[in-house]
Write a protein that binds this ligand. Structure first.
Ligand code: ADP
Ligand code: MG
Length: 570
């Protein structure tokens, strides 16, 4: 193996993925075919069966929900498959498509082949999830030199100063859909993850959702009644507003709907107020992590903010108030993990990679059961997921809930056990069930004690005990069913080799056309006519298949298009 062969540093994120390399000038990120460092972790199939990866897939999430998928990192290390059009996909395969795109982008940028990588994974990933990440890399034709914990990567990006000094880090990572808190301890050149905590149901996307409901209520829009395209436009406008608020004290936009121009606006202060239910949930996991590590707030030497959503003022303010000092955030929080992976790649090339270990055993998935919710009197809706052992809980652990039948006189309860991070069981993985007989009782709801016990080997014991009769039902669920065998990987590799992937050279055009359509949908009157003209002009250029003409047309339209785009946000 030649030393000049590049070693990639990859952040394979739930929402966005990035790739970088270490250069003599330090770690550097590599832009994708659209010129962006961030590639959305989304995959879709187009109508002609071609695979769309990244931004183009993300843009179709709402308009083509059954042909597009995202957030599949949550299923790494499980047997859960996602259906896209005609084929079912494992999380490893979907992740491999993202890795392959990153690899193609890196090769195009560096002008040489790149087959080796360091990939970051959440600190709480267990062995099966780490193996799954390696399998994904293998499917993408990449060899994983080593994995690095995401918080460790963040610390590396910020610089360790003295590798032999003892330093305690708190890494707060609020991404698109997950909130992870890690306590790292660095000593004698080794990084240890001392505690890990978080909230698997909290991320930047939840802030967008909440802002959307707030804005909708203010302007008498009923989000649930909107057509998919309209909803997706409203969400895009809301997301833009949310981002804008991190730079300006106020943000506004026009949402055109049914030939009306609806003005949406919000101040940072109001946004903060709206988000209280979410920001409230940030404090507890931080306190828990510090306590789990046996520390006090003042023992923390450095506080690092990671993940796009930590840009929000309300998040920064909260951390500052909690610790009475400012957290470090001078490295772009979207980039920091990938930059750190690239730093590790640089160190590995010199055989100086930082050793990082996970000391705490934690539950890698949330474990819970299905419940029904009373939506109106005597009408129940099944399919809700109630967590009993949350992801990141230190194991071994035993927790119980008291549950009740829905109706009086019911003679049994069937408890369906799931693992996963979605509030709906349909998006989680069913891992077993247990049925408990109840004593006949026409007058009362018979209570059942439901206990989950989870140990270090990944075995879950579920015991349901009818409290009045003392009768018990028990099931033991084997851990780690989700690991792919070598033979599985070979078979999937074979299947993947025949896939049609949307060509890299065309991504820019597809994305530009999508941008024009989005702009068209968002405008009214003369501006809309104007953009309609742009679309026809660009389509004609595409039709000619003349690469030069296409690029010229795109360049010529760039200015008026970005002017019109800027107009809708005041
Ligand atoms: P992940 O680690 O899950 O892949 P990222 O770290 O890329 O996620 O974070 C994505 C989230 O960050 C999204 O919810 C996005 O809306 C949010 N985000 C990015 N930039 C900003 C900003 N300027 N203001 C508010 N939120 C932002
Ligand atoms: Mg991340």
């Amino acid at each position: 193996m030649s030393t000049s062969e590049p070693l990639l540093g990859i952040d394979l994120g739930t929402t966005n993925s990035l790739v970088g390399v270490f250069t003599p000038e330090g770690p550097q990120l590599i832009p994708n075919a659209l010129g962006s460092f961030m590639t959305p972790s989304a995959v879709g199939v187009s109508d002609d069966g071609t695979l769309l990866i990244g931004q183009a897939a993300k843009d179709r999430l709402v308009s083509h929900p059954d042909k597009t998928t995202a957030r599949f990192k949550r299923y790494m290390g499980t047997d859960h498959e996602v259906r896209l059009g005609k084929k079912s996909w494992r999380a490893e395969e979907l992740s491999s498509l993202i890795l392959r795109t990153l690899r193609d982008d890196a090769e195009a940028h560096l002008g040489q082949t790149a087959e080796r990588a360091i990939i970051s994974v959440p600190a709480y990933f267990n062995d099966v999830q780490r193996q799954a990440t390696m399998a994904a890399a293998r499917l993408a034709g990449l060899k994983v030199e080593r994995l690095i914990n995401e918080p460790t990567a963040a610390a590396l990006a910020y610089g360790l100063q003295d590798r032999d000094a003892e330093t305690t880090f708190l890494v707060v990572d609020l991404g698109g859909g997950t909130f992870d808190v890690s306590i790292l301890e660095m000593f004698s050149g080794v990084m240890e993850v001392r505690a890990s905590s978080g909230d698997a149901f909290l991320g930047g996307e939840d802030f967008t959702d909440l802002l959307l409901s707030h804005l909708a209520k203010k302007s008498d829009l009923k989000p649930e009644k909107l057509k998919a395209e309209d909803y997706s436009r409203l969400r895009a406008v809301t997301d833009k507003l949310k981002h804008k608020l991190t730079e300006a004290p106020e943000a506004g936009a026009i949402f055109s709907y049914k030939n009306q121009a609806i003005e949406l606006s919000i101040s940072r202060e109001d946004f903060e107020e709206v988000c209280v239910p979410l920001t409230k949930r940030i404090r507890l996991p931080i306190q828990r992590a510090i306590a789990d590590a046996g520390l006090k707030a003042q023992d923390i030497n450095r506080i690092l903010l990671v993940g796009g959503a930590t840009r929000m003022d309300c998040v920064r303010g909260l951390i500052t108030r909690l610790f009475k000092r400012f957290p470090e955030h001078d490295i772009n929080p979207d980039h920091v993990v990938a930059l750190g992976a690239a730093v590790q790649a640089g160190l590995a090339a010199r055989h100086e990679a930082l050793d990082d270990m996970v000391m705490t055993d934690v539950a890698p998935f949330t474990l819970g059961y299905e419940t029904a919710m009373e939506i109106k009197r005597d009408t129940y809706e099944y399919g809700h997921f109630t967590p009993l052992i949350e992801r990141n809980t230190v194991v071994p652990v035993s927790r119980s809930h008291t549950i009740f039948p829905i109706k009086k006189g019911q003679d049994r309860i069937e408890v369906k056990v799931f693992q996963g991070e979605s509030p709906f069981v349909k998006d989680n993985v069913k891992i077993g069930n247990v049925t408990i007989a109840l004593p006949r009782n026409k007058n009362d709801l018979e209570p059942v004690d439901l206990r989950f016990t989870y140990d270090n080997s990944g075995i879950l014991e579920v015991v349901a005990k009818a409290m009045t009769s003392g009768e018990e039902a028990r099931v033991v669920i084997e851990g780690n069913p989700g690991a792919m065998t070598q033979a599985d990987i070979e078979a999937r590799l074979e299947a993947l080799s025949g896939l049609k992937i949307h060509p890299r050279e065309q991504q820019e055009n597809t994305a530009f056309l999508a941008r024009l359509s989005a702009l068209y949908e968002g405008l009214l009157g003369d501006d809309r006519m104007l953009v309609g003209g742009f679309i026809r002009e660009f389509e004609a250029a595409l039709h000619s298949q003349d690469v030069k003409l296409i690029a010229e047309t795109r360049n010529a339209l760039e200015d008026p298009v970005s002017r019109l785009e800027a107009q809708d946000v005041f």
